[in-house]
Design a protein around this ligand. Structure first.
Ligand SMILES: Cc1cc2nc3c(=O)[nH]c(=O)nc-3n(C[C@H](O)[C@H](O)[C@H](O)COP(=O)(O)OP(=O)(O)OC[C@H]3O[C@@H](n4cnc5c(N)ncnc54)[C@H](O)[C@@H]3O)c2cc1C
Length: 371
């Protein structure tokens, strides 16, 4: 039987990871609008692996990804994909301290720590006003470029093709398949489409099936601050547990974020100077760093479904359009498991884990909101 031709729309982590899985037994063609891959969310992340972050389906997919990260890291051409970082979570008021205590109780790796231990882990933190603090030794840094490069390389080695500079602008059902046009005037034919367009996921869903998934792209800012004191590379990521700021060492400087979630239309977003000023102010209030300026800053989009779980499976209105969107702020850390789950759903339409299948089913976001 001839291999099915699949067009994947989007060359970020979602598109290449699922594409590499599907290329085993399909003729995969990936179309990326930009002139290179991973220039949007995938290239702008904080590169963290946080097992106790996000809603239950995300935690489950992150947990399932861990052995896969280890397996991939053991391949001859792949560097270690996860490296120890550790996470120090701080709280500054009683409600946040109570939430942190509950998180510690339910986490296999998070432990409450004393002010003395906090000062050992990160001596610049002001501990006098801390309401509570916990350390998670399981937090890791992810080599995002190596993971993305591994998936893109595997997709190609398995016979798939990647075309950049190919923005999908029209898609029509023709016979049992699809005719797709890109902005450069080319026409592409396929048996099935995969929507891996990140922040543009609803635009692509509407283009192909007339209905989106109520995705909400949210801008998050990152800055690299100059510090007048040396920043030890082994510091953990230090975060306000309510996510008002976090920082971690980055090549001798500090990577900071104000944890912003400003809803914006999909696009090539830039950092807002007010958000950069805000994170400097917040980190200065919590530390003795006295940061005054940044070397550079950027912003990227974290795109969420209403319940913050990913949207994976056949589109409810158009089963030959497979949705692989809504990766939110977790699309790197859960990529290995999500790609496996996506490929299984693509091939068989079912998962052994019915709870997970229902939690990520593309039909549920609409139902939840229409109730
Ligand atoms: C500041 C920040 C920090 C983050 N930190 C973390 C973290 O620490 N850990 C973690 O796991 N996750 C993190 N994330 C989230 C993670 O980066 C995303 O979940 C993930 O990158 C999403 O991948 P994607 O492939 O869905 O989207 P993208 O990487 O944005 O890829 C989508 C691609 O689709 C293309 N496209 C769109 N429309 C079309 C079209 N019509 N035709 C062709 N191509 C199209 C776009 O050009 C784009 O390249 C962070 C995100 C941000 C912004």
């Amino acid at each position: 039987m001839a291999r099915q031709r699949i067009l994947i729309i989007g060359g970020g982590m979602a598109g290449v990871s699922l594409g590499s899985e599907l290329a085993v037994d399909h003729d995969v063609v990936l179309l990326e609008a930009e002139s290179s891959l991973a220039v949007h969310s995938t290239g702008r992340s904080a590169a963290l692996f946080l097992a106790d972050y996000g809603p239950p389906p995300v935690r489950e997919l992150t947990r399932r990804s861990e052995p896969e990260f280890a397996r991939l890291s053991a391949l001859p051409d792949v560097p270690p994909l996860l490296t120890p970082r550790g996470g120090l979570f701080t709280t500054w008021d009683e409600p946040s301290a109570a939430a942190l205590t509950a998180a510690v109780a339910s986490s296999p790796s998070m432990v409450a720590v004393t002010a003395d231990r906090v000062r050992e882990l990160c001596p610049v933190l002001r501990t006098d006003e801390l309401a509570g603090c916990a350390f998670d030794a399981d937090v890791r840094d992810i080599d995002v470029a190596a993971l993305h490069g591994h998936y893109a390389g595997t997709l190609r080695r398995r016979g798939g093709r990647i075309t950049t500079g190919a923005r999908v602008v029209a898609a029509d059902r023709v016979g049992a398949g699809w005719e797709v046009r890109t902005a450069d005037g080319r026409t592409w034919h396929a048996d099935a489409l995969v929507n891996a367009a990140g922040a543009w996921g609803d635009q692509v869903a509407e283009l192909c099936a007339g209905v989106g998934h109520r995705l909400s792209p949210r801008r998050r800012t990152v800055a690299i601050a100059r510090s007048r004191v040396p920043i030890p590379a082994q510091w953990p990521v230090v975060a306000d547990f309510a996510e008002a700021w976090y920082f971690k060492p980055e090549s001798g400087a500090l990577l900071l974020s104000p944890g912003d979630e400003t809803e914006v239309p999909p696009g090539d977003v830039e950092s807002d100077p007010l958000d950069v000023a805000l994170v400097l102010e917040r980190v200065n209030a919590a530390t003795t760093l006295d940061l005054r300026s940044v070397r550079t800053s950027w912003a990227g989009l974290r795109t969420f479904a209403p319940d913050r779980a990913p949207v994976v499976g056949p589109h409810p209105e158009e089963p030959t359009l497979f949705s692989f969107v809504g990766q939110g702020g977790y699309g790197i850390q859960m990529a290995p498991a999500l790609a496996g789950v996506g490929a299984r759903l693509f091939r068989t339409g079912t998962l052994d884990d019915a709870v997970l299948a229902a939690a990520i089913d593309p039909g549920r976001a609409r139902t939840a909101l229409d109730r």
